[in-house]
Design a protein around this ligand. Structure first.
Ligand SMILES: [Zn+2]
Ligand SMILES: [Zn+2]
Length: 350
């Protein structure tokens, strides 16, 4: 049998369907898993994705981000060159999808980024049985075990009551993480106004327009010292920026899966690290691989070798894809909101 997917300089390619998936360079036809900047780039000819991913790309890159676009709902089948393509929720961020390619009965799933933990801001991960599973491996080491989000939110609320005269400044990526922090706080009963750095506004408003409940949120605007005791969200890059000096002695927090690595928290200058990840941890990566029933596992960006080794020990065929162009969790793959100062989200930055 010919390989269902090949790796080209542009990224993963289905020769049968004649499309690239999350290409890192402009291509004729692309299927995009989700709106994070390193997966969703501007300049393709035709783009097929969920409505929300297309909207998010338009918000970030402008209306003309590609030649033409086709929105498909979860589970809705589209046939590309004889290959049936369907999108299934990945539980990563709003609109995120796994791509199922069914070529003459051989089912290949490209997961994109995914998580299994509950997230009030997006559709839950859907398990899709397949023969070949392409999985991410951002947190693909056994040391990575994500705590429940509620526990991290509780840490934040406890700090807010202990240091009730200080602003709590939370660094969170613009797409997904910022909105999840807000939604988890609401789920925990926090009902006061949450203040936003300007770079987080557009996507947060978009989430609201899609029916995600975020409660009262307001731009920080010119406020500063008067937000003592309040909660402010900003892109991670702003935590150590001049912008943050408007607050008196803020408690700096950072929400990211990487916060379980002490060195990363220190590097971020996060006084209060919040371990909040939008990726599967080691246990969930392994569990998902087993549950898909796939005999062949391809492992993409992240800690590939450990997961490949684990798969082979389980009697599955597995290989690392060593793809370039995806981030390992630092903020290099930024979109227009990005750059070190405004700090969008890198794929793995969560
Ligand atoms: Zn990614
Ligand atoms: Zn992502």
């Amino acid at each position: 049998m010919t390989e269902p997917l090949t790796l080209t300089p542009q990224g993963l390619y289905s020769p049968a369907a004649q499309v690239h998936i999350d290409p890192v360079r402009p291509v004729e036809r692309a299927v995009i898993t989700h709106g994070h900047a390193d997966h969703a780039r501007a300049g393709h000819g035709a783009v097929l994705a969920t409505r929300q991913t297309l909207d998010i790309m338009a918000i970030r890159y402008g209306r003309g981000f590609c030649g033409c676009q086709q929105a498909v709902g979860y589970g809705e089948a589209v046939t590309l060159n004889g290959v049936e393509v369907t999108l299934h929720p990945a539980g990563h961020v709003l609109g995120s999808a796994q791509i199922l390619l069914n070529a003459g009965g051989h089912r290949t799933v490209v997961s994109g980024d995914y998580k299994r933990h509950a997230d009030p801001t997006c559709s839950p991960f859907e398990l899709v049985r397949c023969h070949t599973f392409v999985t991410e491996a951002t947190f693909g080491l056994p040391v990575f075990r994500h705590p429940p989000a509620a526990r991290e939110v509780e840490k934040l609320r406890k700090s807010m009551s202990l240091f009730s005269d200080r602003t709590h400044l939370v660094g969170a990526y613009a797409l997904g993480k910022a909105q999840r922090v807000i939604a988890e706080l609401r789920a925990a009963g926090y009902d006061r106004v949450i203040y936003l750095h300007g770079a987080l506004e557009k996507l947060t408003r978009y989430y609201e327009s899609q029916g995600v409940y975020l409660g009262p949120v307001e731009p920080v605007g010119r406020r500063g010292k008067d937000l003592a005791g309040e909660l402010v969200l900003c892109p991670p890059g702003q935590l150590a920026d001049r912008w943050a000096r408007r607050f008196t002695d803020p408690v700096t927090c950072m929400a990211s899966g990487w916060m379980q690595v002490r060195a990363r928290a220190r590097q971020r200058g996060a006084e209060l690290p919040l371990i909040l990840s939008d990726h599967a941890d080691w246990d969930d990566l392994c569990r998902t691989i087993v549950e898909t029933g796939a005999a062949e596992i391809w492992v993409t960006h992240g800690a590939e070798e450990a997961l490949v080794h684990w798969c082979m020990a389980q009697g599955r065929r597995a290989k690392p894809l060593n793809m370039i162009g995806y981030d390992d969790g630092d903020e290099s793959g930024e979109g227009p909101f990005g750059g070190p100062s405004a700090g969008g989200e890198a794929h793995a930055a969560s």
